[in-house]
Design a protein around this ligand. Structure first.
Ligand SMILES: Cc1ncc(COP(=O)(O)O)c(C=O)c1O
Length: 427
């Protein structure tokens, strides 16, 4: 093991793992859709590092902007005004749906969600929050317990007043329906949850633009419209967590744009800075912004709208725009969709492929939708590693979410490696 890995193992925790089980990679750089490790190997980044390297590795525009911002070395208080802060807010307003013009700028997705929930509580004077059964909203105590993700269980009771409603998981529809003929019962389930809890006690519902780590469930058409209607009817705020699904991941700035629905708040992080700096934001509707004209905003942090974060946000939005990166996603996504459908039609162990843009999951099954065994998933992961393909998996799902700058030729190559890995274990 290298000196770096040795020193790190001794002094810095690895996350989400027993320390002895961690198998870290020493990353030294990267280019586009691939990163390089200290042993000289190049890896396909099919997980966009932590679903955040939307702009790819070694992006010249980002490297230059970060070097410049670091060179200035501005130290500024949370209330200070400086050009990048004003511009970051302006750019976020430009890319957001109509009527969302103000942002709270923080450091991470969990923080963005924490602050969105606090704002919803302050604006509505209510306390409960509804989240979906399969969801992830961050690793802070409150956000993990709000998440439906099984990782919350150790930390319960966490945030009090959390309610749940079902997911648009059409492949295993809880109501036994099909997306081409159902009435979006999964969206209407929100109303059932609200009525059971007493809607006048509920501040907000929080949903991912497309469920990410818990399975990739793109919302069926009409889903968000139905949520919006229910929220309007009961005075509940709609918070769209676009931490993973935002910044072009699904082919638009935000996944909710596909339906043209305007939420009360959008939370973002990850692609917001493309992984070149920490960064998170809550983008709020004019109505929410207006409320805090006269009411104290009880939210803040020492590094609120930090100069490096603001520079990274400005640079990332400039790079997405200049490179036409988001505009390129639908065609790549469609190519990937067709290729995965081909995989599904020739491999009985592929139960379903689902996704949007460059966010996909392959659900692996035995027969009759029975998930494949965990040992098989371990073997597939090992087969992928052998081929230098880095990605995420959960339960019986394998995820494909490459940097948005990947080319179709590169997609062809890496999906070929995925296919080989699956065949090696399951065929
Ligand atoms: C949908 C979603 N929300 C929130 C978060 C938390 O973001 P962060 O890890 O930046 O706190 C994540 C992280 O994976 C996420 O996928």
């Amino acid at each position: 093991m290298s000196d770096v890995l040795d020193a790190q193992r001794e002094h810095v925790f690895y996350t989400w793992t027993a320390q002895k089980k961690a198998s870290p990679m020493e990353i030294v750089g990267g280019e586009g859709a691939r990163f390089q490790t200290a042993d000289g190997e190049w890896w396909w980044d099919l997980g966009s590092t932590t679903w955040n390297a939307n702009l790819g590795h070694g992006h010249d525009g980002m490297k230059k902007a970060m070097a410049e911002a670091g060179g200035v070395g501005l130290v500024a208080s949370p209330t200070a005004a400086f050009p990048e802060k004003a511009r970051a807010g302006q750019l976020l307003a430009e890319i957001s749906p109509e009527g969302m013009n103000k942002s709270f700028i923080c450091l991470s997705g969990a923080e963005a969600n924490e602050n969105a929930i606090k704002m919803a509580r302050m604006v509505t004077g209510r306390s409960k929050v509804v989240a979906r059964t399969r969801s992830y909203h961050g690793a802070t105590l409150a956000m993990l317990s709000l998440s439906g993700d099984p990782r919350r269980e150790l930390f319960e009771p966490g945030l009090p007043g959390v309610l749940r409603f079902t997911d648009p998981y059409c492949y295993r529809c809880k109501f036994g329906l099909r997306p081409d003929s159902c009435q979006r019962e999964c969206a209407s389930d929100l109303e059932t949850t609200l009525l059971e809890a007493g809607p006048e006690t509920v501040a907000a519902v929080i949903v991912e633009g497309v469920t990410g780590a818990n399975g990739v469930f793109p919302a069926p058409a009409g889903y968000f419209k139905r949520l919006r209607e229910i929220c309007d009817q009961y005075g509940v705020m709609l918070i769209c967590d676009e931490v993973l699904s935002g910044f072009g991941r699904t082919g638009k700035w935000f996944a909710i744009n596909h339906e043209g629905v305007v939420p009360d708040m959008i939370t973002c992080a990850k692609g917001l800075t493309g992984g070149y700096a920490p960064g998170g934001a809550v983008i709020v509707s004019d109505k929410v912004a207006e409320y805090f004209e006269d009411h104290t905003l009880f939210c803040g942090l020492t590094t609120y709208a930090h100069p490096l974060v603001c520079s990274a946000i400005c640079a990332a939005i400039d790079c997405y725009r200049k490179g036409g990166i988001i505009e390129g996603v639908p065609a790549k996504g469609e190519w990937l969709h067709q290729r995965l459908l081909q995989l599904q039609s020739t491999r009985p162990f592929v139960g379903e492929v689902r996704g949007l843009g460059l966010l996909w999951a392959v659900e692996l099954v035995q027969t009759q939708k029975n998930p494949i065994l965990p040992e098989k998933m371990d073997a597939i992961y090992a087969a992928l590693k052998k081929r230098r393909v880095y990605t995420f998996r959960r339960d019986n799902f394998l995820y494909l979410a490459p940097p948005l700058v990947i080319t179709i030729r590169e997609l062809e190559e890496v999906v070929g490696l995925v296919e080989q890995s699956l065949d090696e274990v399951l065929a």
